[in-house]
Every structure is written in C-alpha cells, then in structure tokens.
Design a protein around this ligand. Structure first.
Ligand SMILES: [Fe+2]
Ligand SMILES: [Fe+2]
Length: 175
C-alpha cells in the first residue's frame, strides 16, 4: 500500500476511530474486561472485536456483498458493547448493546440509514436477524453473525464441553 493509499484508508476509517475513542465505548470495554477477568469461556475484548471486524469484511468481499469497510468495522466494534450491562442486569447483550450503540452512533457522522443498518446487525448477531430490514442490512447482519462465530477457536477451547453454544454455532475448523 502506498502512503497515499494508506492516508485514504485512514480517512475512510475515521468514523471507526471516532467510535473506538468514544468514552462510553471505552467504559463498556473496560467494564466488560473487569467483569470477565475470571471467565473461563470466550471473552469479549478488543481482540475478539477486531477478529470479528476483519472476518466480517473478508466475508463481505468473498460474497461480493459490497458493504462499506467502515460500516462493517463499526458494527463489529460495537456488537458486544452490551456485555457488561448483561452481566449486571440480565438484559440480553444484543438488546442492551443496540441501545448503547445508538447513543454512540448519534454522536458521530452516521446517516440514519447507516445507523439503522448497524443497529439491526447488532440486534441480530445472536441469530435473531430481521428479514425486513433491507438487503444491505441483512447482509451486514449475516457477515457479522458468521464472523462472530468463526472468530472463536472452539476446537482448542478447554471449556468447550460446558459452553452453552450449540454444536452448529461452535467453530471446529481453522478456516
Ligand atoms: Fe455477542
Ligand atoms: Fe461477539
């Protein structure tokens, strides 16, 4: 990648960095990390969010979905932001996360349709995808769901037999 291409990439991804630097997002990430420090199952840290983002974007490219990279990355970055809330209140993190994500997105330069697409993907990342949210939003939700699962190395996990994921959700492959 040339310097110019790198500069263009950084400019394109500015909104992702806005979300990443958002104080509420940082609080969610830190709080989740604290609450998961003794967790034996998968954690929902920045490594998981980045793995999910990269895989989701690869899936979008492979399937010719035509999704914008910054939208895919933003959805992936935010998809588990409701985790700490779930641990503290019992509200499912897809629902809690969608509420938090909406507040965060409204602080930055996202259009209404981009915001709704990202929210639908977060709400659907545990498998309850809405069929009526439009083709692009459906595609985003699909790549996020697939990436979220395939980001996990279930075939190496010592806690796999106690995990509540179904066999269908567990990733047992290197690819
Ligand atoms: Fe999740
Ligand atoms: Fe996740």
């Amino acid at each position: 990648m040339t310097k110019e291409e790198k500069r263009a990439e950084i400019a394109r991804m500015k909104r992702v960095m806005d979300v990443f630097s958002d104080p509420e997002f940082t609080d969610c990430l830190n709080e989740t990390s604290e609450l998961e420090k003794d967790r034996v199952f998968c954690r929902h840290d920045l490594t998981h969010l980045k793995d999910t983002a990269r895989l989701a974007y690869i899936f979008s490219l492979e399937r010719n979905y035509g999704l914008d990279k910054d939208i895919v990355y933003t959805a992936a970055l935010l998809h588990d932001c409701g985790r700490a809330k779930e641990y503290k209140t019992g509200v499912s993190h897809d629902i809690a996360g969608a509420r938090i994500a909406r507040r965060i997105l409204e602080r930055y330069d996202f259009s209404v349709s981009e915001t709704e697409m990202i929210i639908a993907a977060i709400e659907g990342h545990r498998g309850n995808r809405k069929a009526d949210c439009g083709e692009k939003a459906y595609r985003l939700a699909k790549v996020l769901y697939d990436a979220d699962k395939l980001s996990r190395d279930c075939f190496l996990c010592k806690a796999s037999k106690d995990c509540n994921w179904s066999d269908e959700k567990k990733n047992m492959n290197l690819f």
